[in-house]
Design a binder for this molecule. Sequence first.
Ligand code: CA
Length: 219
Amino acid sequence: MRLLLVEDDAMIGESISEALTNENYAVDWVRDGKSAELALANGVYDLLLLDLGLPKKLGLQVLKEYRQRNGILPVLIITARDAMADKVGGLDAGADDYLVKPFDLDELFARVRALLRRHTGRAQPIIKYGAITLNPASREVHLGDELLSFSAHEFSLLLTLLDPPERVLSLAELEEKLYSWDHEVASNTVEVLIHRLRKKIGTDFIRNVRGVGYKVSIS
Ligand code: CA
């Protein structure tokens, strides 16, 4: 899952970006409203975390124009403005949720998970597909009764393929979901991860759709 963080405060931006990276998200961090628009235009993100008080263009304006362009990403406003009018204005401008600084990181993580699952059309917090049960909050994966162990990127790849399942994603799309700008990625990295997942879950679980990409399948 790839998130765009828009925050001009260096300390807050760094702490949020680091915390979400530790939670296995690929995070790109920009510091002003114009850069946010440029980043949004490439369309690889699953969620936007948006500060309101920003240089070059205010967060609320970025949000309004993004929704006018029919941008569908879930948007979580993160701001120090705790006035009721700002909350109402942000939500009515198209934000999906609102978090007032300072906040507890665990609350941020929970809100991000909630927004992501609603975005993929999932209401259940636990993902079940075939014999696989994946808990995004605890990051536990079971195959039947057996608890499996994964590296951070193996887990992210599995989550991307399962949420929602049976969607075909190309190697390039998977790479975009797993790695932020900061990462140098070798050309066969995602294929290596797929190979490792297949060894743990079963070769047939991740199908190659010839010429298109990969998907999970139990049929
Ligand atoms: Ca700010």
